[in-house]
Design a binder for this molecule. Structure first.
Ligand code: 5GP
Length: 191
């Protein structure tokens, strides 16, 4: 019997408001073999989100219990909420030959690279500028002013790490950035 080829792990890190969700959505449409991992979070559910699809929305108590039971491959507090990736989910999919794309924060990505070493691929996407990021977060209308302020401060710190990634892109033009991202992902999946 042929051994199933392990799936690929692609980690995309970008400050929130960079256009990462749009870019990942497009990738999933173009590469049907690519599945996005569903994380757990304690963040309040946003309008239009579905529990179990966008995230598994947990109470803080439940999240901490699962964390203590060792369920998460990585977890982090991002913008004052907990987020985590299920170890079982990832290992099962990869072993079955399923390639996964992850939208996680920089702390989670660090833990990821330690866990998977060279088995994972990393892509960082920067906004064109902090000013533009602020504009995008404000016009998105999903977060309060205080939350936006936290996200901007975090973005500044995250951007300092962009060169630690295998690939680093600037989303100053969605079409151009997507074309660059498409080529990177195509090469990874065909390796
Ligand atoms: P949002 O609340 O806007 O959906 O996500 C906020 C941030 O949390 C994003 O930067 C996203 O990449 C990050 N995030 C989402 N899921 C996970 C996860 O499982 N682990 C970690 N470390 N970060 C995550």
């Amino acid at each position: 019997m042929n051994k199933v080829k392990e799936g690929k792990i692609i980690v995309v890190v970008a400050p929130s408001g960079t256009g990462k969700s749009t870019l990942i959505k497009k990738l999933k449409e173009d590469f049907k073999q690519l599945v996005e991992s569903t994380s757990c979070t304690t963040r309040p559910i946003r309008k239009g989100e579905i529990d179990g699809v966008h995230y598994f929305f947990l109470s803080k108590k439940e999240f901490l219990q699962r964390k203590n039971e060792g369920e998460f491959l990585e977890w982090a507090i991002v913008h004052n909420n907990y987020y985590g990736t299920s170890k079982k989910f990832v290992e099962k999919k990869i072993t079955e030959g399923q390639s996964l794309i992850f939208d996680i924060d920089i702390q989670g990505a660090d833990a990821f690279f330690k866990y998977f070493k060279k088995k994972s691929h990393s892509i960082f996407i920067s906004p064109p500028s902090i000013k533009e990021l602020e504009k995008r977060l404000t016009s998105r209308g999903t977060d309060t002013e205080r939350v936006i302020k936290t996200r901007i401060e975090n973005a500044k710190k995250e951007i300092l790490r962009k060169n630690d990634y295998e690939h680093s892109l600037v989303n100053d033009d969605l079409k151009k950035t997507y074309s660059e991202l498409y080529t990177i992902v195509k090469n990874i999946l065909e390796e």
